[in-house]
Design a protein around this ligand. Structure first.
Ligand SMILES: Nc1ncnc2c1ncn2[C@@H]1O[C@H](COP(=O)(O)OP(=O)(O)OP(=O)(O)O)[C@@H](O)[C@H]1O
Length: 902
C-alpha cells in the first residue's frame, strides 16, 4: 500500500484531512465522517473489515486505496464491538454543515474512544469499567483507577521489594479495561530489576495494525496479561512535577493532604497521570470525578489475584464458563446496581476490623430476624435505578431529558428507603438511616422542570414544563397561534381558490408552502408566488405565509434555545449536588448489601459467625455455598456438611488431607476459605456454627491454572505461587495448598511438599489445609505436633467405590487412584498392570519412609527418596526369604552388589 503521503499532489483534499488526523492520532482507528457514513481507509479499513465482517471496497480507480464504512446512525454498535476487542478509536467529524459550505468541509477529531473511557452501554449493573494507571516513583509503585460511568476514582501504592509485583497483582484483581503507563517504562525503577519491559512503542504492532491492542511484555505476573488495551503516555506525564499539580488543580486543593494522598506521592502521580490521559482523550470536564480516594490493601483481608481466581469469588475459573460457579452469583440478592457493585467490591476486600464486622453482623442479624421490616427496606429499594451511573451520564453531558427524569424517579424512592431503614435499631442501620440525605429538593427541581413524558431528544423541544419561564411560554403560545393561523389560511385559501385539496405544508428546506396538485394549478390566483415544481404538484408561497413562517420559526428556534439553556442550568444544579447524590448512593449500596445478607441468612438458614481475635478457625457442619446451591438447583443430591477445627496456637494448625480423587478435598478446602471470606464481609454463613479468629490473608495454591497458555509451565507457576506463600504468610493467614508438587517428578514433588509442610508448621504457624495424594506425608503426623491427618471417606463395595464426601480424622489407607481411573473407563488390561506395578512400589517405599521419618529433619532429604534401581527392587520383591538357604542368600547379595556397582 505504498502511498506517498508527503506528496500532496497525489491526494484528494479529504485524504489530506485524513492523513493529518491520522498523524495526530496514530494509535487510533480513524473513523472519518463523510456524509452519512464513517469511512475508514488503508490498514484501518482492512483491520476493521476483518474484525466487523464489513465489505472492503476501494476508493480510487486503481483500487489501491482500501476503504470500508459504517452508516453514521448505526455507528454506535460497531464502535462498541471494536472497543470490547480492545481497540482505540478517533472520531473525525465534519465541523461545518456541508449544505452551507462550498468546497470541502472542515474535519477534526472531536473524541477519542478507548475501552477504559468509553462507557459500554452493555456493562452489567454490578460491573465497573476501570481505567487504571501504574507508575513507579522512587521505588514505590503507584496504582490509580477511575470508573467514568460512576465517577469513582481511587489510588493506592505499594512499597518495598515486592512493590511492583503487588501493584501488578492489584491490577490483576481489578481487571481494568485499559491501563495507562509511561512509555519509557517505569520511572524510578532503576535499582530494582523489575521493569515493565515495554517495547519501544507498544502501539506499533505490525501484524494487527494501528489501534490494535498493544502488547506489553509482562513476565512478572498474570496481572497485566489480561488487560487488552495498554496506553502509553510520555514519560514526563507520569512525574511528580507534572501529575501532582494537575491533580491539585482538578480537585481545587492546595496540597495532596486535602485529598488524603499526603505522603503518597506514587499514588498521586498515578492519579494525576490518569487525569492527564483523560484530558488528552478529550473526555470533557469530568465534573463527576470529584474526589480521589486513597485506599490501602492492608486494611482488609487480603486476597491476591490468584486466590480471587482460584476461589471463583467474582468470576468463573475458566472464562466462558457460567458465572453460576462464583460466590458473587450465589450471594447476589441485591436490589440495586449500587448494591451489586458494593457486593463485588466487598468480596474482593473483606474487612479486617473486628468492630466493623460486628456492626455489620448486628445489622444483618436484626434484619434477618424481622421479615416484615426487612422486606420493607427491600421493597423501598425496588425501582431505584443506577444513581451513580445516571449521575455520570449527566456529568458527561450524555444524559437526555428521559435520563434526567429517570434520575428524578430514583431520587423519589430515597425518602421511602430512609423511612424503612428508620424502623431498625442496630447501630449500623441507625447510622445509615440518619445520614441518608433524602434528596427531596433535587427530585423536586427535576420534576418541576421537566414534563412528565419528555421526548428522547431536544430536536422538537417540549422538554421543559410550562409555567417556568415566561418568555418560553410566550414563544410557545406564539408558535401555537401561528400554527392555528396557518390552519385558518389553509381553509380560507381553499374557499378562495375552490381547490379542495390545497394544503399548507412544511419541510426543512423550503419552509412553509401551499401545495396544489398539477391538475389544479390553473386555478391558482395571481398573488401566489411559485416556489417549486414537482411531478404531480406545484408549491407556492404568499407574503402572508412568509410572515407567519418567520414568526413561527423564530419562535420555535428561540424557544428551543431557552429549553436548552434551562436544561443545562438544571444539569449544573444537579452537578453542584453531585457529592450529596454520591453519598446517598454509597449509603443505599450499603443498605442494600446488609439487607441482601439478611435476606440470604433468613432464606437459606445461615448462621451468624463468631468473629474474634485469636487464631482459631472452626465450623460445624459447614456447607460450600456455591456447590450446595448448584446441587439443589440441578437436583444432584444433597451436599454433605463437614466440620473443621484449626487453631494456630494450640493446634492443630495444619490439616493434611488425603483421600481419593473426586472425594471432595478441593471442595472442602475452598469451603473453608469461602466461609472465612463471607464471615469477614459481615455475611452469615452456611454452617451450624462457626468461629473464626480474624484472618489477615488467604493464600491459595489450587490446581493447574491456565497460565500455561501464557507461556509459563504449570510447575513454574505452582512454585512461584508457593514461594509467595512461604515468603509472606503470617500466623494469622489461612493457607490452602491443593495437590502441591504434582507438576514435577514424583520424588521432587514429594520432597518439596514435605519441606513445605514442615516450613508451614514450624516456621509460619498459619492455619493451613494441605490436600495431597502423597500418602507418605501422612507419616509426618508422628513428628509434627500440630499436624493432623484427615481424609475424605469412601465406601468400598463389590462394584467398586462410593464417594461419601464426608471428612473424618485419620489418613486415607490407600489412594484409590486406580479405582477412579477404572471408573473413568481405562482399559482393564491397563488397570490390572497398574495394580501390579503399584504393589511393588508400595512394598519398597513404605519401609524407607518409615525410617526416614524417624531421622532428624536435616538428614531426611539425604536418605528418604533416593531412588533405588528398579531392577534391584523388583528382584528383592520377588525373593521368598523363607525358602532361601544361607548360601543362596549370600550369592544373591553378592550378585546385587555387583549389579549396583555396574
Ligand atoms: N461435601 C460434599 N457433598 C456433596 N458433594 C460433594 C461434596 N464435596 C465434593 N462434592 C462433589 O464431589 C466432586 C469432587 O469434588 P472435589 O473436586 O472437591 O474432589 P477432590 O478430592 O479435590 O478431587 P481431585 O483430587 O481429583 O482434585 C465434585 O463434583 C463435588 O461437587
Amino acid at each position: 500500500m505504498a502511498i506517498d503521503t508527503t506528496n500532496d499532489a497525489q491526494l484528494t483534499p479529504v485524504m489530506r484531512q485524513y492523513f493529518a488526523a491520522k498523524e495526530a492520532h496514530p494509535d487510533c482507528l480513524m473513523f472519518c465522517r463523510i456524509g452519512d457514513f464513517y469511512e475508514l481507509f488503508y490498514e484501518d479499513a482492512i483491520l476493521v473489515s476483518r474484525e466487523l465482517q464489513l465489505t472492503l471496497t476501494a476508493r480510487d480507480k486503481e483500487k489501491k486505496q482500501p476503504m470500508c464504512g459504517v452508516p453514521y446512525h448505526a455507528a454506535e454498535v460497531y464502535l462498541q464491538r471494536l472497543l470490547r476487542k480492545g481497540y482505540r478509536i478517533a472520531l473525525c467529524e465534519q465541523m461545518e454543515d456541508p449544505k452551507t459550505v462550498k468546497g470541502i468541509v472542515k474535519r477534526e477529531v472531536t473524541r477519542v474512544l478507548t475501552p477504559g473511557t468509553a462507557v459500554d452501554p452493555a456493562l452489567g449493573a454490578g460491573e465497573s469499567c476501570w481505567l487504571a494507571s501504574v507508575v513507579m516513583v522512587k521505588g514505590v509503585a503507584g496504582v490509580a483507577m477511575v470508573d467514568l460511568s460512576t465517577g469513582e476514582f481511587r489510588a493506592t501504592e505499594f512499597v518495598g521489594a515486592g512493590a511492583w509485583a503487588l501493584a501488578v497483582d492489584e491490577l490483576g484483581r481489578v481487571k481494568p479495561a485499559e491501563l495507562v503507563y509511561a512509555s519509557g517504562g517505569l520511572l524510578g525503577a532503576s535499582g530494582s530489576n523489575r521493569s515493565l519491559k515495554l517495547g519501544a512503542d507498544p502501539t506499533q504492532v505490525p501484524e494487527a495494525g494501528p489501534g490494535a491492542p498493544s502488547s506489553v511484555d509482562d513476565s512478572d505476573g498474570a496481572g497485566l496479561d489480561g488487560i487488552k488495551t495498554k496506553s502509553a503516555v510520555e514519560d514526563w506525564v507520569m512525574t511528580a512535577e507534572h501529575a501532582l499539580p494537575l491533580l491539585r488543580s482538578h480537585f481545587r486543593v492546595l496540597s495532596l493532604d486535602g485529598l488524603g494522598l499526603g505522603g503518597h506521592e506514587a499514588a498521586g502521580v498515578a492519579a494525576g497521570g490518569l487525569l492527564h490521559y483523560l484530558r488528552q482523550q478529550k473526555q470533557g470536564a469530568l465534573e463527576h470525578v470529584e474526589a480521589v480516594r486513597f485506599y490501602e490493601r492492608s486494611g482488609c483481608l487480603e486476597l491476591d489475584a490468584v486466590s480471587v481466581r482460584n476461589l471463583e469469588l467474582v468470576e468463573p475459573l475458566f472464562s466462558g464458563e457460567s458465572a453460576q460457579t462464583t460466590l458473587l452469583y450465589t450471594l447476589d440478592a441485591c436490589c440495586t446496581p449500587m448494591g451489586k457493585r458494593l457486593l463485588r467490591a466487598t468480596l474482593l476486600r473483606p474487612a479486617m476490623g473486628l468492630g466493623e464486622i460486628e456492626v455489620r453482623l448486628d445489622a444483618v442479624g436484626e434484619a434477618a430476624a424481622d421479615l416484615r421490616r426487612r422486606e420493607g427496606v427491600r421493597r423501598a429499594m425496588n425501582g431505584l435505578l443506577d444513581l451513580e451511573r445516571l449521575l455520570g451520564r449527566v456529568a458527561m453531558d450524555s444524559a437526555g431529558p428521559r435520563e434526567v427524569l429517570a434520575l428524578a424517579s430514583t431520587l423519589g424512592c430515597v425518602p421511602r428507603v430512609v423511612a424503612a431503614v428508620g424502623m431498625f435499631t442496630a447501630a449500623k442501620w441507625m447510622e445509615l438511616g440518619a445520614g441518608l440525605d433524602p434528596l427531596e429538593d433535587l427530585h423536586e427541581v427535576i420534576t418541576a422542570t421537566i414534563v412528565d413524558e419528555p421526548p428522547v431528544t431536544f430536536a422538537d423541544g417540549g422538554v421543559i414544563r410550562a409555567g417556568i419561564h415566561a418568555e418560553l411560554d410566550e414563544l410557545r403560545e406564539l408558535s401555537r397561534s401561528g400554527r392555528q393561523a396557518l390552519v385558518a389560511i389553509e381553509e380560507r385559501e381553499r374557499a378562495r381558490t375552490g381547490i379542495g385539496s390545497l394544503k399548507v405544508r412544511f419541510n426543512s428546506v423550503f419552509g412553509y408552502y401551499l401545495e396544489v396538485t398539477k391538475a389544479n394549478a390553473k386555478a391558482v390566483p395571481a398573488d401566489y408566488e411559485r416556489k417549486q415544481t414537482l411531478v404531480n404538484a406545484e408549491r407556492f408561497t404568499t407574503p402572508e405565509l412568509k410572515e407567519y413562517e418567520a414568526k413561527i420559526l423564530t419562535a420555535q428556534e428561540r424557544s428551543l434555545e431557552i429549553e436548552r439553556r434551562l436544561f443545562s442550568e438544571l444539569r449544573a444544579q444537579l452537578l453542584a449536588a453531585a457529592g450529596r447524590m454520591r453519598e446517598t448512593a454509597r449509603k443505599v449500596a450499603e443498605i442494600d448489601l446488609m439487607s441482601c445478607f439478611a435476606h440470604l441468612a433468613a432464606l437459606r438458614g445461615w448462621v451468624r459467625p463468631v468473629v474474634e481475635e485469636g487464631c482459631a478457625l472452626e465450623f460445624v457442619q459447614g456447607r460450600h455455598p456455591v456447590v450446595e446451591r448448584r446441587m439443589e438447583e440441578s437436583g444432584a443430591g444433597r451436599f454433605v456438611p463437614n466440620s473443621l477445627y484449626l487453631d494456630a496456637d494450640a493446634g492443630p494448625s495444619l490439616l493434611l488431607m488425603t483421600g481419593p480423587n473426586m472425594g471432595g478435598k478441593s471442595t472442602y478446602l475452598r469451603m473453608a476459605a469461602l466461609l472465612v471470606v463471607m464471615a469477614q464481609c459481615g455475611c452469615f454463613v452456611p454452617a451450624e456454627r462457626m468461629r473464626v479468629g480474624l484472618v489477615d490473608r488467604i493464600y491459595t495454591r489450587i490446581g493447574a491454572s491456565d497460565n500455561v497458555a501464557r507461556g509459563r509451565s504449570t510447575f513454574m507457576v505452582e512454585m512461584t505461587e508457593t514461594a509467595a506463600i512461604l515468603n509472606t504468610a503470617t500466623n494469622k493467614s489461612l493457607v490452602l495448598l491443593d495437590e502441591m508438587g504434582r507438576g514435577t517428578a514424583t520424588y521432587d514433588g514429594l520432597s518439596l511438599a514435605w519441606a513445605t509442610v514442615e516450613h508451614l508448621h514450624n516456621k509460619i504457624g498459619a492455619r493451613a489445609l494441605f490436600a495431597t495424594h502423597y500418602h507418605e506425608l501422612t507419616l509426618l503426623a508422628d513428628r509434627l505436633t500440630k499436624l493432623k491427618n484427615v481424609r475424605v471417606t469412601v465406601k468400598e463395595n463389590a462394584g467398586g467405590i462410593v464417594f461419601l464426601h464426608s471428612v473424618e480424622a485419620g489418613a486415607a489407607s490407600k489412594s484409590y487412584g486406580i479405582e477412579v481411573a477404572r471408573l473413568a473407563g481405562l482399559p482393564n488390561g491397563v488397570i490390572a498392570r497398574a495394580r501390579e506395578v503399584l504393589k511393588v512400589h508400595e512394598r519398597a517405599e513404605s519401609q524407607q519412609v518409615r525410617e526416614a521419618v524417624a531421622e532428624p529433619a536435616g538428614k531426611v532429604q539425604m536418605t528418604l527418596f533416593t531412588p533405588l534401581s528398579q531392577r534391584i527392587v523388583d528382584r528383592l520383591g520377588a525373593v521368598e526369604v523363607d525358602s532361601l538357604t544361607p548360601l543362596e542368600a549370600l550369592n544373591l547379595l553378592a550378585e546385587l552388589k555387583r549389579e549396583m556397582k555396574g
